[in-house]
Design a protein around this ligand. Sequence first.
Ligand code: FAD
Length: 488
Amino acid sequence: KLKAGIIGAGIGGLAAAIRLARLGYQVEVFEQSARAGGKLNEFRQDGFRFDTGPSLFTLPHLLDELLDEDLRFRYRKLDVVTQYFFDDGTRLSAFADVEKFATEVEQKTQVPAKRVLRYLKQAAQIYRLTAPIFIFNSIHRFRKLFTWPNLGRALQAFRLKPLSTLHGLNQKTFGDPRIIQLFDRYATYNGSNPYKTPGTLSVISHLEHNLGAYFPAGGMYQIVEALLAQANRLGVRFFYHTPVESVIAGKKSVSGLRVKGENRSYNLVVSDVDIHHFYRTLLPDSRRLKKMERTERSSSALIFYWGMKKRFPELELHNIFFSQDYRHEFSCLFEQKTITNDPTVYVFISSKENLADAPADMGNWFVMVNAPEAAGQNWEKLRQRTRQNILKKLQRILNQEIENQILFERILDPVTIEELTGSFQGAMYGPSSNSPFSAFNRHPNFRSDIAGLYFVGGTVHPGGGIPLCLSSANIVAEIVEEQLTEKK
Ligand code: FAD
């Protein structure tokens, strides 16, 4: 039987394990930490449960298609995608129902509802044209890329002016600073800067508003549990507390992995680890590392997990408290490599959907602000200062004391994100997407010069986030399947 070795049990690694096991491979997954999930993880404390990483769940069918029917987990489409709090006191609910959302925007801000509807229709069109090329396909296989249908799509997409920045597009469309900010924020979903990233990134608003935001019953970690159950059923073997030391490869092909001082043979190897970490330690390559280090990193995050004594009925599952000066916030992140004193604050409370995540009448708050990648800042100082700024802001906008409601606290910052998941400088999505050509700078899902070596996960093509990591595993499995068929 053909054997596959997978490095890392993040979302990409788990999905690849399932796909390859279905193709008939005997699959072994090595994970350095005690459990699977990588950035998608959870912890429990004093009767509370917290999802530690991803909180927003879109395109659930990508998971359904990986799982046998009896292993699928339940998830619910949210009625209110996000509750927005603006600095001028405006409160706005982003209803899942697009018409209702557009009406809410019109009532609260005077931006005509039809403008919102037109924008979301255009975002849907961009998605339809670009996703088959850039998300669900390898852009590094020219035979597959330069096809007539793709050329037609690319020309049509070009007519939608993808080269203006996301902010430029939103400013022209909405005029109102609050709604510009609301749609600019989607740049942060892949750790980018709305003042630089291309307008095509409006596709992210399409995922959330047109296709819907969901939440798994039992919390985000159910995604990992379901993938693990499926992989186990297919006979995949997992080794925890087992870091891979190096990849064994000649000039033309890969032959195995070095694990705990022993060589293990594999016909193919899939890396789900941060691509910088891969070339730094697993298959050292200083030329590639240098190139990566020249490329701008995506943003990271500073997160406070607070067990809260109260329920806060005015809050939803996802809440955003916007900063007053968004441009300054991003200049702090990407140029000054610090956190502004007035950051946009995201509060995610999974106990709103999943009552068991907090004791009765309490709440589990995941409070996150965007942060620069770890580049030698004084994180102790930044953490303390930002905590005070967050509390000040929440207290002012919610008009009540917050700090005395906190029962306990845990903190995750770019340095600990790097320590826990191996992501270079704690950047959440590898390289940033701050240029129209960023997609082409991402590492391919394979090496054309080294047969049998593949790459999945958030730092390679097509990018970060659960759906894109799942797509990277599909792309790898498709290539492997094609090669198996060619050999027959
Ligand atoms: P990773 O999660 O990066 O896992 C890699 C695994 O490899 C880790 O388990 C690590 O321990 C292991 N490893 C590393 N080195 C070795 C080695 N040498 N040997 C063995 N194992 C090794 N996405 C969304 O879709 N929605 C969200 O709302 C969202 N929010 C986020 C919030 C935060 C705070 C963070 C950090 C990320 C968020 N993301 C979100 C992004 C999403 O979490 C990631 O893109 C995705 O989980 C990355 O998966 P991955 O396959 O790249 O693997």
